[in-house]
Design a protein around this ligand. Structure first.
Ligand SMILES: [Mn+2]
Length: 425
């Protein structure tokens, strides 16, 4: 599968030029990068179907809340952006995940929106099959059939594989989605999910109740309100920049004290923008962290201009790993959780979509550290050729004083400033 995806990724010159006389290779057609050329798509479908068959068991055997150790790279929404996924590979696990000391945690939303959901799923599933303990795929709100029917992934499967094979592939992929875990922790301190924290009234013991979420879970909205909220919720957004300081303070206070759900769920409000699940205030997050002895929550689910946002006094991080989302100009980012330090890594793909030369740089507000570079190249022309880390910055640290230090300092700079309109469902 991975070899097939390498072919898909690259542009190929036909063998009619030099080398064609050797007679050792069949005649190849010209094809652009990110294109299957003459590949028999039924073969790819069969390969993906057998991968799904195997992974159903792998996902089912994982706890619903996976416990990881650092170092762990954490990636947010991919949304069919195969190009950016390969950019991350070139820098984070270019020798393969086996040779990396790190784990790789994906926070969901692999499909819909972007045009390469099939390739993203094929790639992630192939890596999962090779490194099931190091490559962790959580479920996002787009790993749900009803959502995909309203977006693009179902149509994409049928367009790429034909109606019959397309439906089979779509079903098989979704049977895996139904079995994906829904939360992870890193070093027992960082709680990672797609959307956000759940209301306290939905559980008594977080770990026990999460691990009791049914598997498979084909209809989370009906089967598990706990899983549903984790996949869908958002933080309350800070007041708009135009509001007066007094007005903003009043609004923030009102938000923190508000609950649409009664006294057991203080700090939670109905998520009007999504039309489902909740928004949670800093107060709600702080209570959640204290009750469960976590230092931070890392989640995805909302597009960010620079690929990440530090929110809620530095205790909440949003990460988004698909640039140019919905034809916008946002960048992609990921997070490295490394022994109680949280490092934000930005991927600048602004040039890659035009010149094919991506640049990585990591950043957060606050201090900067000496630059590190990692470049690589792959044969062939076109496709993704290199990745580059321009600088690396620690954003948050310490298990003994969670939320203090650099994270808090950077929160004041970032809160609100990166608060772009969000357009994810
Ligand atoms: Mn989402």
């Amino acid at each position: 599968m991975i070899n097939g995806l390498r072919y898909f990724e690259r542009a190929c010159r036909g063998s009619t030029a030099a080398g064609s006389s050797s007679g050792q290779q069949p005649q190849l057609e010209d094809k652009p990068a990110m294109n299957w050329g003459q590949v028999e798509m039924k073969g790819l479908a069969r390969c993906l179907l057998s991968l799904c068959e195997m992974l159903q068991t792998v996902f089912s055997e994982e706890p619903r809340m996976v416990k990881l150790r650092s170092p762990t790279y954490i990636l947010g929404d991919i949304h069919g952006n195969y190009h950016d996924l390969v950019c991350f590979e070139k820098v984070l696990w270019r020798l393969g995940t086996h040779l990396s000391p790190a784990n790789f945690l994906f926070l969901g939303d692999y499909v819909d929106r972007g045009q390469f959901g099939v390739e993203v799923v094929s790639y992630l599933f192939a890596q999962k099959a090779m490194s099931p303990k190091k490559f962790i795929l959580l479920r996002g709100n787009h790993e749900i059939r009803d959502i995909q029917e309203n977006f693009t992934f179902k149509r994409e499967c049928m367009a790429k594989f034909g109606d019959s094979y397309g439906l089979q592939v779509w079903e098989a992929v979704n049977r895996c989605f139904d079995r994906m875990p829904i939360a992870a922790t890193v070093d027992g301190k960082i709680f990672c999910v797609h959307g956000g924290i759940p209301r306290p009234s939905l559980y008594r013991s977080l770990e026990r109740d999460l691990n009791a979420v049914p598997c498979p879970l084909p209809s989370p909205v009906d089967q598990s309100p706990l899983a549903w909220e984790i996949m869908w919720s958002d933080p309350l957004h800070p007041p708009q920049a135009g509001a007066s300081a007094a007005g903003a303070a009043a609004a923030a206070t009102a938000d923190d004290d508000a609950s649409d759900f009664g006294s057991s769920d203080v700090g939670f409000a109905f998520n009007k923008r999504r039309g489902t699940a909740c928004c949670f205030s800093y107060q709600a997050l702080d209570s959640f962290l204290r009750a469960n002895k976590f230092s931070h929550v890392i989640r995805a689910h909302e597009v960010q201009q620079v690929g990440f946002q530090i929110q809620q006094k530095g205790k909440l991080l949003t990460v988004f790993s698909s640039s140019h989302y919905c034809n916008g100009n946002n960048e992609a980012a990921c997070v490295l959780a490394d022994h109680y330090k949280i490092r934000l890594i930005r991927l600048d793909t602004s040039s890659t979509h035009h010149s094919g030369t991506p640049a990585f740089y990591s950043s957060a507000s606050g201090r900067t550290s000496p630059s590190a570079t990692a470049t690589t190249s792959s044969p062939g022309s076109g496709g993704v050729r290199s990745g580059r880390i321009v600088d690396a910055v620690d954003s948050a640290s310490s298990s003994t004083s969670p939320g203090e230090g650099a994270a808090s300092a950077s929160a004041s700079a970032d809160d609100g400033e990166c608060n772009l309109p969000t357009i994810d469902l």
